[in-house]
Design a protein around this ligand. Structure first.
Ligand SMILES: [Zn+2]
Length: 289
């Protein structure tokens, strides 16, 4: 089970900085942490580096509750929008900030919006240079922003690229009407009934979940301003682009948070660190990129 933690920082830097929202994010996080405690299992929380510098208490609180802190870039810029040099600088900065914040090594990584694909597979080498051993950035299907359909594996896989190797934990997909579709996180989790998600999880040997707090809270945000949209997404902030984004990120939010709590209450999960230690890697596929 994994969460991506960025809301406080994005609100402060890109979404108009409404401090009253921080308290709301705190509350949702607290409920997630309490429910995980009741169930006595641990998750991985991929945090942006900016959370460590601007909201260190949030990162420390998650760590103190016994969960793994992973890295989710510094400020949530998609890796496929950065040059190799920029991606290296961003990852170093993020890992350093998180490690200083919690006083522990950070070994797991997830790229914002799963932005590692065929065109920037050098990113694996960048991650290894920054001390990352486990990655969960591969979305092994077609996606509106990238995805890595050619990756070819849906279970934990050892990735070899030049001289490095990294353990990859891909996002889970299932086949619906001939298409590979995700079901265990983000908008997909909001869209599918919980019964369907659980049935898919039971069928599979391996499931990777991914949740953002902002994906799950019912309050609909206003549309982003042109300026904020362009500074964040780095594409033209036309009314159409902003509207599509707005609809996509607000669809099915009502009830989504309760659905997550129900999932935690009824299923058992582990975090990446634990999964890494229980997987027999000799039996897992390897891929040379
Ligand atoms: Zn994210």
């Amino acid at each position: 089970m994994t969460f991506d933690i960025e809301e406080w920082y994005l609100e402060k830097m890109f979404l108009g900085n409404h401090p009253e929202k921080y308290g709301q994010f705190d509350q949702y996080l607290e409920q997630i942490l309490d429910t995980l405690d009741e169930r006595r299992f641990k998750a991985t929380f991929f945090c942006v580096g900016g959370m460590a510098t601007e909201f260190p208490e949030v990162v420390r609180k998650i760590e103190r509750r016994g969960h793994e802190i992973g890295c989710h870039s510094f400020q949530h810029t998609w890796l496929n929008k950065l040059s190799r040099e920029e991606a290296t600088a961003d990852t170093h900065k993020a890992v350093d900030a998180l490690e200083q914040c919690i006083g522990k090594k950070v070994k797991s990584y997830r790229a914002p919006a799963f932005s590692i694909g065929e065109s920037n597979k050098w990113a694996f080498e960048v991650l290894a240079e920054c001390g990352i051993e486990r990655d969960s950035s591969v979305f092994p299907a077609v996606r509106d922003f990238g995805g890595f359909a050619k990756f070819g594996h849906k279970t934990p896989t050892v990735v070899h690229y030049n001289d490095i190797s990294i353990k990859e934990f891909p996002i889970s997909t299932t086949r619906i009407l001939g298409q590979e579709v995700a079901y265990s996180g983000g908008g997909y989790f909001r869209f599918f009934p919980l019964g369907f998600v659980k049935k898919e999880m039971k069928k599979a040997d391996y499931t990777m979940t991914y949740f953002h707090i902002a994906d799950l809270i019912p309050e609909s945000d206003g549309m982003m301003s042109k300026e904020d949209f362009e500074s964040y997404f780095k594409i033209p902030g036309t009314l159409k682009n902003r509207y599509i984004r707005h609809i996509k990120s607000n669809l099915g939010k009502k009830g989504a948070f309760d659905k997550l709590l129900k999932l935690i209450e009824t299923e058992f999960f582990v975090n990446l660190e634990q999964a890494d230690s229980i997987i027999n890697w000799d039996q897992q596929p390897t891929v040379k990129l």
